[in-house]
Ligand binder design. Structure first.
Ligand SMILES: Cc1ncc(COP(=O)(O)O)c(C=O)c1O
Length: 434
């Protein structure tokens, strides 16, 4: 490895294994109930349909269905995406859409074409780890803006911008948000904050990255407008994906932006992979043409709503009083805030060893190193029975930890005993057994 210590670029010093991947490794071990991965429920995958459509596409188009495709993606699918988004109020044409290798690649390419070392990237606190690590490779300076139950605190962002940007930071280039059923917290950005965010982007000349993989999976409450609908298109790039609403295996996502930006992204994409999965794009196009994707989305909403409800009910029944959690109106995640003294990452191996249950510790979602007492629970992949049983086990584990902590505090004497003030307020905590 000595040679490689010399060969690795300076850039790699900033790269570290994500806590999510680490949690996956633990969860892979046999009889573990895992709430770690934000994976879609496997029972929702339309395997028979995909087999039939794949056969049909390959037979009808022959070898050309297996050829390289255009870097920007199959034109007809770009058109189909644009048409759907126009129906949701986003003015765009096929030329404004580039298909990517999942929306994760769009995050990487946007970072590549916009961020110079030291530029400021605004991120949510906590934010999506995959987005943060994609941008991190291009050496920005992150400015975290806290969230509450209405999403990113746009007033706080405005305060930072009004004082001339973050102290000592480079120009603000990007503001990265997941407005619907946020990963990791499950919260949704309020309508007035969406509008104000688009205004601020125009006023201060930065770009909002509106990353919306979960927006179609709304279980209750009124749908919100896309941030992009409050903008002409210049200051908001919109990202979407078929991963969560259909299937992730084809790796088909998209970015919507002004044509010159799409062209720049396409040049950058050529260096990355020449083109994305063209056969997968053809299958998705055929499914979209037959109206099967919309039908599929409608059917899976009920599946995920049931899982969300099961998890919320189990949390209320089994979790200790001192713990708080969010109420997601859609998507895959519940965010849990433990007592401040608990370190979720340190506790994870013990939760796996003693209770055979896994989660993602939230700390890595905070670029400022805070949030050690937080947990992301994905209800999306676990079976209904495992949700009930896994939360029961995790609740038992956390109750034991809370008791142990109290006993330790008592041993140390009254001065060190924490009271209510010692527990942190959760992000938009709706649920709690207090
Ligand atoms: C907020 C967010 N953005 C982007 C992605 C990447 O999705 P994909 O690359 O599968 O489209 C994910 C996946 O978990 C996500 O949660």
């Amino acid at each position: 490895m000595e040679t490689w210590q010399r060969l690795f670029s300076k850039r790699t010093e900033r790269m570290k294994a994500s806590d999510i991947r680490e949690a996956f490794k633990l969860a892979e071990r046999g009889d573990i109930i895992s709430f770690a991965g934000g994976f879609p429920a496997p029972e929702t995958f339309p395997t028979a349909l995909i087999a039939e459509v794949a056969h049909e596409v390959a037979s009808r188009l022959g070898a050309s269905s297996l050829q390289y495709g255009p870097t920007e993606g199959l034109y007809e699918l770009r058109e189909s995406v644009a048409q759907r988004l126009r129906g949701e109020g986003i003015e765009c044409t096929a030329e404004n859409v580039m298909l990517t290798n999942g929306s994760q690649q769009a995050l990487d390419l946007v970072g590549k074409v916009t961020i110079d070392p030291g530029d400021t990237v605004i991120v949510e606190k906590p934010g999506y780890i995959g987005g943060i690590s994609a941008f991190n490779q291009y050496e920005p300076s992150f400015t975290p803006i806290p969230l509450d139950s209405d999403g990113i605190r746009v007033d706080e962002l405005e305060r930072v911008l009004a004082q001339g940007g973050p102290v000592g930071g480079g120009p603000v280039k990007l503001c990265y948000v997941v407005p619907n059923f946020h990963n990791p917290t499950g919260v949704t950005l309020s309508e007035d904050r969406r509008e104000r965010l688009a205004e601020l982007a125009r006023e201060y000349g930065f770009c909002v990255i509106e990353d919306n993989p979960y927006g179609d999976l709304r279980f209750d409450g009124a749908p919100r407008r896309h941030i992009r609908t409050y903008d002409s298109g210049e200051n908001v790039l919109y990202l979407g994906t078929f991963s969560k609403v259909f299937l992730p295996g084809f790796r088909v996502g998209y970015v919507v932006g002004p044509e010159p930006v799409i062209q720049k992204l396409a040049i950058s994409k050529q260096g990355a992979d020449l083109c994305s999965n063209s056969f997968g794009q053809r299958i998705i196009l055929e499914c979209a043409r037959r109206g099967l994707i919309d039908k599929h989305v409608k059917s899976i909403i009920d599946v995920y709503r049931k899982k969300r409800d099961l998890m919320l009910r189990a949390l209320a029944e089994h979790f200790p009083d001192e713990v708080e959690w969010t109420y997601p109106e859609g998507g895959f995640f519940v965010w849990v805030t433990l007592p401040e003294e608990m370190d979720a990452k340190a506790l994870l191996p013990r939760a796996v060893a003693t209770e055979r249950v896994a989660y993602v510790s939230g700390g890595a979602s905070f670029v400022d190193g805070s949030g050690k007492n937080t947990i992301r629970l994905a209800y999306s992949q676990a079976s209904d029975e495992d949700i009930e049983e896994g939360i029961r086990r995790l609740g038992r584990f956390l109750k034991g930890e809370a008791l142990r902590m109290r006993a330790n505090a008592q041993d140390r004497g009254p001065a060190s005993r924490h009271g209510r003030a010692g527990w942190t307020e959760g992000i938009g905590a709706i649920g709690s057994n207090r």
